[in-house]
Design a binder for this molecule. Structure first.
Ligand code: ARG
Length: 472
């Protein structure tokens, strides 16, 4: 490694050794912010020129130099020198090597403290949009599944024990709404990041006549920060984004768990596509849901990322502290992991085979019409607690005799309770059980059709927000 290149040589007689350079550096992680760093510097330079702080010539040579660096980085022709501490110093150092003295004027009225906060906010906004896009694509698949398998009945579970039959579409839409809340959290994180810290300088503001509103406008920030101390030490927006990622991963881990269980021979509700399955190196028959398992497993990492970030910020005194350099690794990991998990979930759901017959078969077992028999009695005047008991005894008898509720005769029902009429048997028909759950948000086909319409409308609204926000 080359000698440390620091811009504070004036005050120092010694230089840090290799260990200190490596330990103190963040370039390996924050090089990812190059585009935001360059955009922020161009906006800052333009504003400095407009305010008469630097000359127009210097500003345009800064801009041209920065755009050249951007081009080289994007073309893969920029050799990062890891003797540079971070992306800010790497870009500024290279700029000065390329354009000379004008490059040394760029940092006027600015500190890396407001610079890194600005870069990170720009990046958080961009990544929130990327995640929203992936989230929306997965929600489109969930809606398609609900539409495509309209009318398919499956067992609904509580405690992973058969409870009441539900529509497969209803089950898919449950994840749709979960993911819709994730989208809302991602939008909130976007808004939290949408404040410009630049102009706060190191911590107290600057003596130069900066036009912060102009910079905010140019960089697409909705507002400027109100307090310079807070602006350079605030990473709440990253916590918001990482939290949105963590809960998003928790949701996907639940979906993944169901895919794993459903694809077992015991359930057989779905067949995972070969492209989303792996085999075994020893057992020739195996087809494993590795990708679903990884989605489930990676949720733990992202919860850890959120914890790491929160604990890094805990008890930090105002204003900037170098601890805050540790904010990016967990946040970036959370973002990338959620983005990949959304892609994996989309891939698995859009290619899996739905085995409607196995689901229907499952829905016939487990005495899942028991509540409906009790409801019948309660609707005919018997207190529900008594009805529960009558039906409980019927279930016990059926279980002993190896029969289903559907195999009971009208006479047997009447013997269990005189309240059962001839029409009581209709109550145990599985299609009827589903279609009678017509409460708002219930699983009856009419309600699920309404839900589908609401889901489609929510998707359109979110897609419009993303397009408008990305186009700003
Ligand atoms: N690499 C630093 C970070 O990510 C940039 C800000 C450094 N500021 C400073 N005063 N050392 O936090």
């Amino acid at each position: 490694m080359a000698d440390a290149k620091t811009p504070w040589g004036g005050r120092f007689t010694g230089t840090p050794g290799e260990f200190q350079q490596r330990f103190g550096a963040s370039l390996g992680v924050d090089a990812r912010l190059y585009a935001e760093d360059i955009a922020g510097s161009i906006a800052h330079a333009r504003m400095l020129a407009k305010q008469g702080v630097i000359s127009a010539e210097d500003a345009s040579s800064i801009e041209a130099g920065l755009l050249g660096i951007l081009r080289d980085i994007e073309a893969g022709e920029f050799a990062f020198d890891y003797a540079d501490e971070d992306i800010h110093m790497a870009v500024e150092g290279e700029l000065t090597r390329r354009i000379g003295d004008a490059g040394k004027r760029l940092h006027t009225g600015r500190s890396r403290n407001d610079q890194v906060a600005t870069d990170t906010r720009l990046h958080a906004k961009r990544e929130a949009l990327r995640l929203l896009d992936a989230n929306t694509r997965l929600r489109v698949v969930l809606v398609h599944l609900a539409e495509e398998h309209e009318g398919v009945v499956m067992p609904g579970y509580t405690h992973l024990q058969k409870a009441q039959p539900v529509l497969f579409g209803h089950h898919m839409l449950a994840y749709f709404w979960m993911l819709t809340r994730d989208a809302k959290r991602l939008r909130a994180a976007y808004d939290a990041a949408d404040v410009l810290p630049l102009g706060s300088a190191a911590l107290a503001g600057t003596t130069f006549p900066l036009d912060r509103a102009a910079v905010a406008d140019e960089l697409g920030f909705a507002s400027v920060s109100a307090n310079s101390l807070d602006a350079v030490s605030d990473r709440d927006f990253l916590v918001d984004l990482t939290y949105a990622c963590a809960l998003g991963m928790v949701h996907l881990s639940r979906l993944a768990e169901e895919l794993i269980v459903w694809s077992t021979e015991e359930f057989g509700f779905i067949t995972m596509d070969d492209a989303w399955s792996t085999g075994s190196s020893i057992m020739p028959q195996k087809k494993n849901p590795d990708f679903a398992e990884l989605v489930r497993g990676k949720a733990g990492r992202v919860v850890g990322d959120l914890t790491a970030l929160l604990v890094t910020l805990k008890a930090l005194p105002l204003a900037y502290n170098k601890d805050m350099q540790e904010d990016k690794e967990p946040a970036f990991d959370a973002i990338d992991t959620l983005a990949d998990a959304l892609t994996a979930a989309e891939g698995m759901l859009s290619t899996m085979r739905v085995n409607a017959a196995r689901m229907a078969e499952g829905a016939r077992g487990g005495f899942m019409a028991a509540t409906d028999l009790a409801d019948y009695l309660a609707a005919h005047g018997m207190p529900f607690r008594e009805a529960h008991e009558v039906v409980g005894k019927l279930v016990l008898a059926c279980e002993r005799e190896g029969r289903t509720l559907q195999q009971l005769t009208a006479a047997e029902l009447a013997a269990a309770s005189p309240v059962f009429g001839e029409d009581a048997l209709a109550a145990v028909d599985i299609a009827t059980v589903v279609s009678r759950r017509t409460t708002e948000g219930g699983t009856a086909p009419v309600r699920v059709a309404e839900q589908l319409a609401a889901a489609s409308a929510a998707l359109v609204a979110d897609e419009r927000w993303i397009a408008e926000t990305a186009g700003e």
